[in-house]
Design a protein around this ligand. Structure first.
Ligand SMILES: Nc1ncnc2c1ncn2[C@@H]1O[C@H](COP(=O)(O)OP(=O)(O)OP(=O)(O)O)[C@@H](O)[C@H]1O
Length: 289
């Protein structure tokens, strides 16, 4: 469990994170619009960037030294853009990275690399060059690299960004599997990923925590505020102009539009909120927790 208390960060006098306190456990989703401060917080937790104020503890033990989090051996961080030399094979890349991390014993290194390859389901791809891999497979190599160090906490920044639908599904499945052995923090603005994976969610906006709780608590923030209309295509422009439309689905009987509103209009029926509705309710209201 990672416990961040009152973490504050300024870059060039701009307040990027303001008094952020979060308790991250299980498979934890850090969500928020672009520029919310998710990557900055991840980098602070990974010890890559300093904070101005605040404390971070892992499993109740403080790991803040000065302005840095010092927990390199316990935390593995996968950035958005993981890539290593394109002309070496998966196995060579992992061996080389493990060596750079100080794993000097060849036998120990080979065993750690083989185990990590198996954990991320890259068996059979060991001799492929990095340049031949798809985006999802490259990220698997990134995770395998983290696993060779055996950290207890994994931080993934936008892990499914840019993946096609099939790869995204495979990748989500892998993250879920890893969640049985590790605390995982996933930053994303793809609420669908968070819905599938996460047991707890934190919502950040403009550097402030707007929400922290379970997926069902987040859903309930939109309770009574989601309406569904079945309309003809020619009514769509009018609906978009007058109501807050959050989702459109084409069905056989017309367009099903989900609308976010305290009061329904004629023809609408109140429906149960989904996670995206709760997220929008929190982000649009915008007040800190
Ligand atoms: N090195 C930097 N110099 C100046 N501003 C920065 C720097 N790094 C981050 N910022 C600013 O800090 C804010 C938060 O950025 P951050 O990347 O942490 O947000 P994010 O929630 O991860 O966004 P996204 O979802 O777009 O990746 C943004 O306004 C960004 O412009």
């Amino acid at each position: 469990m990672i416990h961040a208390s009152s973490v504050t960060k300024r870059i060039k006098k701009q307040l990027i994170l303001s008094n952020v306190s979060l308790c991250m456990e299980g498979i934890y989703g850090l969500v928020g619009p672009n520029g919310a401060g998710k990557t900055t917080l991840m980098k602070i937790l990974a010890g890559l960037t300093p904070m101005d104020e605040g404390q971070v503890a892992i499993d109740e033990r403080s790991c803040t030294k000065g302005k840095y989090v010092k927990a390199h051996e316990r935390i593995g961080y996968l950035p958005q853009d993981f890539m290593v030399y394109p002309n070496i094979t998966v196995e060579e890349a992992l061996d080389h990275l493990a060596l750079l991390q100080g794993m000097m014993d060849k036998g120990e290194r080979h065993a750690a690399v083989a185990e990590a390859i198996q954990k991320v389901n890259l068996n059979g791809h060991e001799t492929k060059k990095m340049s031949e891999l798809s985006g999802g497979m490259r990220r698997r190599v990134g995770i395998a690299h983290l696993l060779t160090r055996k950290p207890s906490i994994l931080l993934f920044d936008e892990p499914t960004a840019g993946l096609d639908i099939e790869e995204r599904i495979r990748f989500r499945h892998l993250l879920k599997q890893l969640g049985s052995e590790h605390t995982i923090v996933i930053s994303s603005h793809i609420v669908e990923d968070i819905e599938f994976l996460c047991t707890k969610i934190g919502v950040l906006k403009q550097g402030q925590v707007l929400f922290e709780g379970t997926p069902s608590e987040l859903k309930s923030r939109a309770k009574g505020c989601v309406w569904e209309y079945c309309i003809h295509p020619e009514e769509l422009d009018d609906l978009i102009a007058t109501r807050e439309v959050v989702q459109l689905l084409e069905e056989e009987d017309g367009i099903h539009a989900r609308v976010f509103s305290k009061n329904g209009g004629t023809g609408g029926r109140r429906v149960a909120p989904r996670l995206i509705d709760g997220y929008l309710a929190v982000v649009r209201r915008g007040e800190p927790r």
